[in-house]
Design a protein around this ligand. Structure first.
Ligand SMILES: NC(=O)c1ccc[n+]([C@@H]2O[C@H](COP(=O)([O-])OP(=O)(O)OC[C@H]3O[C@@H](n4cnc5c(N)ncnc54)[C@H](OP(=O)(O)O)[C@@H]3O)[C@@H](O)[C@H]2O)c1
Length: 396
């Protein structure tokens, strides 16, 4: 008997499309899985500006975020007209036509705003993760296609699922970006200026630089300055993760002595111009695009990569280099130490805010898009009305 999927779709064609979300129902027949496919019940996922950036870059030929989980073909939608924004969350396998993946296995990874997903897996799995078939995506996108098997994941903690959904993608960005800076000896800079300092990616970066400073016994001597909006300044200062926090209006007061790196999480061209004028010569490294404007996002990696004193950082690209330099046990040990440290320190940073069911998620999605969610909130979404909606596989 078919089951009804619920998905939140947006119109393709740039940032304007993000403002036209639609809840779409479509049938799935769980007994018609092709060989190697599984049916995953998506139970919950985190949501932040990061996911909005996935949508802004959904059609970009380099990032192709809308191609990971194409929109269904219904009276209202098709893969050509609509996209589904990817998210990081938990799900349970409820049907399997894969030789080794079992019903009931719980997985964590890069999913979509959906109640169910049919996933075509590679025949090979390992102890730690199942692999979604990569298709024609470049090999460096593999991290998006590995779903961790929770019961074998050394970092999985049942009492920390919310923090996992919220921080894993953002924390690892910050962690590997700091690793990138460290491997390049911070380019000799003495000052690191980070915009959108109230964002989780930005303050996780400040946290990771702080951890490195503490362990370096004085050999890393950088001053970390957070730059944020006046509204979000009290929250950002209260985190105590930056050496100082200034507002965007304070840029003229920044001293130009000492060498600077500008970590651009905002991707606002006018802000970048002001900073570069004030602190020249300065190296700008674009890390994010919290201003949901397609042109800004497109400038991120394409233009900035090419200009002098500008770089773009994309985790999969750096990881593809690091996996050749480090062994897997080394990476696992580095990540496990970092994750345990985060779990000890992060609980006071934000409080969790839950939205359940299509309508609540739709409203919370719109608020996120419009910048109406405070930085002190970590959003956890589920398209199910309540956890009691999860039916046991035998009843499907
Ligand atoms: N390069 C990579 O590989 C990579 C990987 C992961 C994430 N990222 C990027 O990091 C960025 C931050 O993501 P996040 O999830 O950490 O952000 P978040 O926690 O949701 O923080 C959002 C912050 O963005 C700023 N903002 C300005 N205008 C906004 C608007 N209209 N709507 C929402 N926020 C607005 C605000 O900070 P202020 O008031 O402080 O400006 C706000 O507090 C994203 O662009 C994401 O794509 C990059």
């Amino acid at each position: 008997m078919p089951i009804i999927n619920v998905q939140l779709c947006v119109r393709r064609g740039g940032s304007q499309g993000l403002a036209i979300p639609t809840l779409v129902e479509s049938p799935i027949d769980p007994h018609e899985l092709a060989p190697g496919q599984i049916l995953l019940r998506v139970e919950k996922f985190g949501f932040s500006a990061n996911n909005i950036t996935y949508g802004v870059l959904g059609d970009d030929p380099y990032f192709r975020y809308y191609e990971f989980y194409p929109a269904p073909t219904t009276a209202l939608t098709s893969p050509e007209t609509h996209g589904i924004i990817p998210v990081w969350g938990f799900g349970t396998v409820i049907h399997s036509a894969h030789p080794t993946v079992k019903i009931g296995q719980r997985l964590y990874g890069y999913l979509a705003m959906s109640r169910y997903l049919i996933l075509q897996l590679d025949p090979q799995t390992n102890q730690y993760h199942v692999n979604i078939a990569l298709g024609d995506f470049p090999k460096d996108r593999r991290p998006y296609k590995q779903l961790n098997i929770c019961e074998n994941d050394p970092m999985y903690r049942p009492d920390r699922e919310d923090e996992t959904m919220l921080y894993r993608p953002l924390f690892w960005t910050a962690y590997w970006f700091e690793d990138y800076l460290n491997e390049h000896k911070y380019r000799g800079a003495k000052n690191i200026l980070i915009s959108s300092a109230s964002s989780k990616t930005a303050f996780a970066l400040a946290y990771n630089i702080g951890v490195r400073k503490n362990h370096s016994r004085g050999s890393l001597d950088v001053n970390v300055v957070g730059l944020t909006s006046a509204l979000n300044a009290p929250f950002t200062r209260g985190l105590n993760l930056y050496d100082s926090v200034l507002t965007y209006d304070d840029i003229p007061t920044l001293g130009s002595t000492g060498s600077w790196i500008y970590v651009d999480v905002s991707s606002s061209p006018s802000l970048m111009t002001k900073i570069e004028h004030q602190l020249a010569p300065i190296l700008t490294i674009t890390l994010g695009s919290t201003t949901p404007n397609e042109q800004n996002a497109k400038n991120l990696w394409s233009n900035n990569h090419k200009a002098a004193n500008h770089e773009g950082f994309f985790v999969p690209e750096w990881l593809a280099i690091r996996v050749k330099q480090l062994t897997i046990p080394q990476i696992t040990s580095m990540q496990s130490t970092a994750w345990n440290g985060l779990m000890e320190n992060c609980t006071s940073w934000v409080s969790m805010d839950r939205s359940s069911g299509g309508q609540e998620v739709l409203e919370a999605y719109k608020k996120t898009l419009e910048g109406r969610i405070g930085p002190d909130k970590g959003q956890i979404f589920t398209l199910w009305d309540s956890p009691t909606d999860f039916r046991s596989p035998s009843k499907l």
